[in-house]
Design a protein around this ligand. Sequence first.
Ligand SMILES: *Cc1c(COP(=O)(O)O)cnc(C)c1O
Length: 432
Amino acid sequence: MRDPSPLELLTARPALRMDAEAGLLFENLPLIDIVRAHATPTWVYGADTIKTRYRRLKTAFPTTKIHYAVKANDHLAVLAVLAREGAGADVVSIGELQRALHAGIPPNRIVFSGVGKTETELSAALHHRIATINVESPEELATLSALATAAQTRAPVALRVNPEVDANTHEKISTGRKGDKFGIPIAEIPALYAHASTLPGIALQGLAVHIGSQVTTTAPYHAAYTKLAALVRDLRAQNLPITTLDCGGGLAVPYRNEPVPLPEAWAATIAKAFSGLNLALTIEPGRWITAPAGLLVARIIRSRRQNMPRPLHVIDAAMNDFARPAMYGAWHGILPLSPTALHAPLAEADFAGPICESSDFLARRRAAPPLHEADLVAILDVGAYGAVMSSTYNARPHAAQVMLHDGIATLIRPRPPVADLWSDETVPTDLK
Ligand SMILES: *Cc1c(COP(=O)(O)O)cnc(C)c1O
């Protein structure tokens, strides 16, 4: 596939605009103003984009509950925008559970997924009376039943099914194939479901499935949901009640302007598979809601041309800030902030971070305008699986985070001073 040009990337993204004087605008605010106030690298999130996308999903899924997958972007401000829209949350740790509650998402709209929930986490889920615990193994089921019985309560449970379907996505984000660590093999479900229905501490609701992330066609969804619908009929034929079905997340975003299913196509796939079964349906999208709502603004520290196959722009955002290109080979658009660069002739260039790792690239062989030291660029579609995956590797403090809301840019997390990196470290007394 041919890479989209910077102009094509811009045109396909409604929240972005190039102003002849102010340069690149995000939700109508000049990014240069944010750089002047907060320097680089800085994450910029657009609250309107988050809202617009959530509402778009709501329109496509009018009767389906939407639980935002918190791991995609767990900043309190992002969660607050979604909480106000009425979104629920899908959490995978006690930290995410507490974040979601702190941001104002009510416990009865929270579901807890994950293969390794500890007893502390399961107890917290019971204590807060969340909507559903998606149980991923027979061992977890037994532990949860015991904990609930001891607490004189019953745990609201769905069994997470591994449907043994290939989501045709990146190896590292596929979760529903035979041998993936997630969920209970589909063949084991009928016996375990029957067993779960007899356990004193378990209030069995139904089933859950999540086949992977960045799913770019509806075919894998169709395959998984068809198996799930047959399973629901089987369970009911054995007089086992099942009232809920969690259809997971994973809907792709067009990072590269590639064709991806619209929310309506995903909704139609779900409606078709489960029509007539009278199930309360839920979905748990993360990436689709927040990815296009985030940019990472960075500055070119150094541009090298001599004796290079193509220009190498070393920018001040690196793999510690944004891991996806190094970790998954992910492709993210890069736009100059300057209006003149947008229409300049394109030539291949590489974009790397300053970290001492050969994998620290943000983009390779990218069609880019001529760029020079001190020029500013925005890395696109980084609102999901961006800042949440940051580290401080190479003693680089976390980047600043800004949210645009109602025409105002708010610093929602300042860039910490370098000394914060070691402020909680201790040196043994005899080494001081
Ligand atoms: C990560 C995850 C999601 C969200 O996936 P996206 O690709 O961000 O939509 C949903 N459900 C579960 C169980 C997950 O682990």
